[in-house]
Design a binder for this molecule. Structure first.
Ligand SMILES: NC(=O)C1=CN([C@@H]2O[C@H](COP(=O)(O)OP(=O)(O)OC[C@H]3O[C@@H](n4cnc5c(N)ncnc54)[C@H](OP(=O)(O)O)[C@@H]3O)[C@@H](O)[C@H]2O)[C@@H](O)CC1
Ligand SMILES: Nc1ncnc2c1ncn2[C@@H]1O[C@H](COP(=O)(O)OP(=O)(O)O)[C@@H](O)[C@H]1O
Ligand SMILES: [K+]
Length: 505
């Protein structure tokens, strides 16, 4: 799914709104009247809303602005009222400019619900913990930080105990550009957004502003969306369906590749076990794990399906084995940073001729001497968590937008694929695009989860998936397995082994 921007910079130094353009294209080419598109958007909001909040639930205050977001708010209020919800409307009267669709929806309220016009926060009702506020003050049309009346309303709301549900975007939040630190933004608990995710929603710095969020389809014209060259994408089930190759009936294990997992050191053989087992659960034909001698019996006993190739050293990985037999190589999980392992990583990078996934200490080894970055083979997949990525670039970022810029430049400069892990893992490709993952949960924030991912991506590489497909698909399925594990064990109690047990391609 593409992430549509509200402020996409154009070559002449201005910016356009892809959302507005998609809106206008739909109005002309579907065709549909603008007010009917608003009705459709509001209906989509309501359909989702009623699944979460029953009529018995709390009193609903709709806070409406004067633009199209406010128009949505009025239409939503009318629809919820018709469904039996107890609704009150407060129009935040911050300007004398009202959109045409706002005015039509105001007219449509007549003889149904009255609206109260607010020019001062003292005219607002009491937002106690028994109220639900629908924030329809400003949406994608935000052009500057909040001030004056809207700012005071936002402050009052944020200080209250009311549950806040935002229409499209929480008021005051820029959809895809940076808010200043002291900007006041309504902190929503739940956001129902139209047509496409907004970039701001997948960035950790906005987590407490957007709350839980969901995209509802409002039927903007597919032909228009297809031709948008999106820089940011959001991996959903449709994306993944287009990537996955079915296993053919007469297939044999030779069709699914032989993977080499180089992992483990004394005290860290668990990382080798987890990554290798995850690799096996992800469709690979055969796996050999190259590990220090201390891991031999553990690996042979705990994963009988894998072959184990012990190296000479007892405690740590050293010396490059023959690579000819393998279709893909994974390195890094639990390998430590002993000098002989450092030498091994360098040797591997100089000699590798098949796709590779690089994780954990292998990344730290590369980061320790930046000249090693030049050894990265084209399309290598790197799977750093934020700390490891900071080590690779040798600096920190000021905010998440800057982080994305650095990430994108890094992937382009080194022609590699970087999976920057976390909630909404960001996968940067050499072509400059960034693909955010939609699956996963905080139960995965535990030691070993990353090892599982490395094994899964390795399996996909060995099966012949193109590296960018292996990264996008692997990260998605890893998160999905984590979501299944969380369902069964709960986010708090699940462990990395539960992720493996719930891998299901
Ligand atoms: N295609 C879609 O996705 C569809 C979208 N729809 C809905 O439309 C919404 C976008 O509507 P919109 O363009 O009218 O913008 P909205 O956010 O209501 O505000 C605009 C007004 O606010 C003003 N203003 C801006 N910043 C301000 C500030 N800080 N303080 C004060 N004023 C400020 C701005 O003034 P100006 O910048 O021109 O001075 C302008 O007058 C979108 O979020 C969705 O809900 C659906 O109905 C249908 C399909
Ligand atoms: N809050 C979260 N939401 C979704 N996924 C998460 C969250 N926290 C961590 N993860 C996922 O769990 C994995 C953790 O990997 P990593 O930090 O390398 O752990 P480790 O090195 O301990 O195995 C990553 O794939 C990451 O995307
Ligand atoms: K809003």
């Amino acid at each position: 799914m593409k992430i549509l921007l509200t402020r996409k910079h154009t070559e002449d130094g201005n910016y356009i709104s892809e959302i507005k353009e998609a809106d206008e294209y739909t109005i002309i080419h579907e065709p549909i009247a603008s007010i009917d598109l608003m009705e459709r958007a509001s209906r989509a909001f309501v359909n989702n809303f009623i699944q979460h909040f029953s009529t018995a639930y709390k009193k609903i205050f709709v806070l409406a602005g004067l633009g199209d977001n406010g128009g949505d708010g009025l239409a939503i209020a009318r629809m919820l009222y018709a469904l039996g919800y107890e609704v009150e409307i407060y129009v935040v009267n911050y300007s004398n400019k009202q959109s045409a669709n706002f005015l039509i929806n105001l007219e449509r309220l007549k003889n149904k619900i009255t609206s109260q016009w607010v020019e001062n926060t003292t005219e607002l009702p009491n937002f106690d913990d028994n109220t639900l506020v629908i924030d329809a003050i400003l949406g994608a049309g935000l052009s500057r930080p909040l001030d004056g009346l809207i700012k005071s309303v936002a402050e009052k709301l944020n200080a209250s105990k009311a549950e806040i549900v935002a229409v499209d975007i929480p008021t005051g939040l820029f959809a895809d550009s940076l808010n200043a630190k002291d900007d006041v933004v309504i902190n929503a608990h739940y956001t129902i957004t139209f047509q496409a995710p907004k970039l701001a929603f997948v960035l950790p710095q906005n987590a407490d502003i957007v709350g839980e969020w969901i995209v509802v389809d409002i039927g903007l014209h597919e032909k228009f969306i297809e031709q948008i060259a999106a820089k940011y994408l959001y991996t959903d089930s449709q994306t993944v369906k287009a990537i996955i190759k079915p296993r053919k009936k007469f297939a044999n294990k030779g069709n699914f590749g032989h993977a080499l997992m180089m992992a483990g050191s004394y005290g860290m053989i668990g990382a080798a076990v987890l990554s290798t087992r995850a690799c096996l659960r992800s469709g690979v034909g055969k796996v050999t794990v190259y590990a220090p001698k201390c891991g031999y019996e553990i690996l042979q006993t705990s994963i009988p399906e894998a072959m184990c190739l012990p190296n000479e050293s007892v405690d740590s990985l050293e010396k490059l084995p023959e690579l000819e037999a393998y279709q893909a190589v994974g390195i890094g999980c639990g390998i430590g940073t002993e000098p002989e392992t450092v030498a091994l990583v360098e040797e591997l990078l100089k000699n590798i001729k098949v796709p590779i996934v690089i994780d954990a200490d292998a990344l730290n080894i590369i980061a320790a001497d930046k000249k090693r970055l030049k050894l990265l083979p084209e399309n290598a997949i790197l799977t750093p968590h934020p700390k490891e990525f900071q080590r690779l670039i040798g600096t920190n970022w000021e905010n998440d937008y800057e982080k994305l810029k650095i990430l994108s430049v890094f992937a382009a400069d080194y022609k590699c694929i970087v999976c920057l892990k976390g909630a909404f893992t960001a996968i940067a490709l050499p072509d400059g695009t960034i693909h955010f993952n939609s699956t996963g949960n905080a139960g995965m924030a535990k030691g070993g989860s990353g090892d599982v991912l490395t094994g899964m991506i390795l399996a996909l590489l060995a099966q012949g998936y193109a590296p960018q497909e292996a990264a996008i698909l692997g990260v998605y399925e890893h998160g999905l397995a984590g979501d299944r594990a969380a369902q069964i064990k709960s986010p708090t109690s699940m462990i990395a082994s539960d992720i493996i047990e719930n891998i299901k391609f």
